[in-house]
Design a protein around this ligand. Structure first.
Ligand code: ASP
Length: 338
């Protein structure tokens, strides 16, 4: 039986055209995109398209649209074998991370892809990305999905979505998954790395809708001004902070700085520690400079990407109010993100 794939077009460079007046790239409707890829008609996959109107540049992505996307997938879940989301590459890793927490117990592929050059440009990377993403979304073995995960397919590699980051704004291989191996490599065949792909869940799909966006990322740097830190942590309604620290999770031991963090924690603000390094993880207590954070109750973000850490914090703050539960869940891998 032919696989059925729902293709959701949100926008992004893949479908953009140049404004003749300004020269800037703007999102464009899906019809012209389909015209550029006649190969789609040859597919042995039943494709249905859901197009956002108007399509957007992914810099305008938001939790509201994440909810819309997760709802489209949830409502169409039983009618399709897999889902492909066409999305701008700029915030694709954020969307993939958010969806991985919102779509709990996923047993079908949700593959995000896009391109660095619009589909109408002769050297576009969009065609290959789109065609292979559909193949992966449709791929089954013994009637079950091969990749039951939210993933990103770009330039011949499939990554776990909540492990990726956009690291290159110019090259076709725009994404990296520094702390987790790729799930598939597309050559003559699709070579799946089955040992790294999540197992099929035993429970049915659950949609976690709530996201709390009263969060901020605070990147530490030598010379960071305590009054700046103080004013960030005093933002009215602030619920969560991701601190991006040095190396294995280290931060200044300056008393004024640490005191501001402690005051925020005592007010009920959740603070979580991730590293500024692309590879590796937070190791609380390895140095005195991280032990202090651990002692005051800063959560351990281990090897989470910034994108996954933000999405995870928004998800947990949206769904739980008990600080102990938030801590416990934040430090546990929920969707293979850490
Ligand atoms: N600005 C574009 C977007 O994220 C870039 C891209 O698609 O690659 O929508």
């Amino acid at each position: 039986m032919q696989s059925k794939v729902l293709l959701i077009y949100t926008g992004g460079t893949i479908g953009m055209v140049q404004d003749p007046e300004t020269g800037a790239l703007n999102p464009f409707d899906f019809e012209h995109l389909i015209d550029e890829v006649p190969e789609l008609k040859k597919f042995k996959v039943q494709l249905k398209v859901h197009s956002f109107s108007p399509p957007i540049d992914s810099s305008n992505m938001s939790p509201k649209i994440w909810l819309e996307l997760s709802q489209i997938i949830f409502e169409n879940y039983s009618s399709f074998d897999g889902f492909v989301i066409l999305h701008g590459s700029d915030t694709m890793a954020y969307t993939a991370s958010a969806l991985s927490f919102m779509l709990q117990n996923l047993s079908k592929p949700v593959v995000l892809t896009g391109s660095q050059l619009p589909i109408g440009v002769i050297r576009t990377d969009g065609k290959e990305n789109l065609i292979t993403a559909i193949e992966i979304a449709a791929a089954k073995q013994r009637g079950k999905a091969i990749v039951p995960e939210v993933c990103i397919y770009f330039e011949y590699k499939l990554f776990r979505g909540n492990r990726t980051l956009k690291y290159n704004s110019e090259h076709f291989d725009a994404f990296r998954s520094p702390n987790y191996p790729h799930l598939c490599e597309a050559g003559i065949n699709l070579n799946f790395n089955k040992q790294y792909i999540r197992a099929l869940p035993s429970k049915p799909l659950k949609l976690n809708k709530a996201l709390e966006n009263s969060v901020v990322v605070l990147t530490i740097f030598p010379g960071i001004n305590s009054s700046v830190v103080k004013s960030i942590l005093s933002i009215k309604g602030l619920k969560g902070v991701i601190i991006e620290t040095f190396g294995a999770g280290n931060a200044p031991t300056d008393a004024t700085f640490l005191n501001e963090l402690l005051k925020a924690i005592n007010k009920g603000i959740i603070i979580a520690n991730i590293t500024q390094c692309m590879k590796g993880k937070v190791m609380p207590g390895l140095y005195e400079t991280s032990r202090r954070l651990q002692e005051m109750g800063v959560l351990n973000g281990a090897d989470l990407t910034k994108e996954a850490a933000i999405a995870k914090l928004m998800h947990l703050l949206g769904n739980y109010s008990n600080k102990k539960i938030i801590k416990q869940l934040f430090e546990t891998s929920l969707a293979g993100e850490m």
